[in-house]
Design a protein around this ligand. Structure first.
Ligand code: S3P
Length: 170
């Protein structure tokens, strides 16, 4: 079984992924980390040197490879990974969870966590708020294709348990 975690930057995909991985004893693949390892450069460097379009191609390539070649894994996607039809073709083969957060939560989380994220790295607070608003609106229809939408109102421990329960039930 492949479980995919979907959501905006800062929604907690990696940290929920780590908790799930421990509980379910299934390995976690963080797609961004995987790309960094394979390409031997940071996400910032890829964006800076080759642009977002090139990054998106890499993202699709590695996502497909992982899904085609893996039987059991939890994959924490990047915020933009599920935002096209091509990637959804691959994601359909997985059990997908959208970790839904409010604009306010994302703003507070991201304003102090910008450095590794090329899309927001050099934005001020006002620009960050605007980017979250606009991209969330554009991306929500893609995120909501997930098999399960998890309203992230609970704490991380409880959230992880909710996801574990869903996985065990299905
Ligand atoms: C991106 C999110 C990032 C990373 C890249 C682009 C996006 O991942 O893939 O910087 O388009 O939302 P996280 O969601 O893990 O921050």
């Amino acid at each position: 079984m492949i479980i995919t975690l979907i959501g905006f930057m800062g929604s907690g995909k990696s940290s929920i992924g780590r908790r799930l991985s421990k509980k379910l004893k299934i390995k976690l693949i963080d797609l961004d980390d995987h790309i960094v390892k394979k390409e031997k450069r940071t996400i910032n460097a890829i964006f800076h040197e080759d642009g977002e379009r090139y990054f998106r191609k890499l993202e699709s390539k590695y996502l497909k490879k992982i899904i085609d070649r893996t039987d059991h894994a939890i994959i924490a996607l990047g915020g933009g990974t599920p935002c096209n039809d091509k990637n959804w073709k691959a994601l359909k083969k997985t059990k997908s969870f959208y970790l839904k957060r409010t604009e306010n939560y994302l703003f507070e989380r991201l304003r102090n966590n910008k450095e590794k994220r090329p899309l927001i790295k050099s934005l001020n607070d006002e620009q960050l708020r605007e980017l979250i608003k606009v991209r969330l609106l554009q991306r929500t229809p893609y995120y909501e294709r997930a098999d399960y939408i998890i309203d992230m109102d609970l704490d991380k421990k409880a959230l992880t348990q909710v996801i574990v329960d869903i996985i065990k039930m299905t």
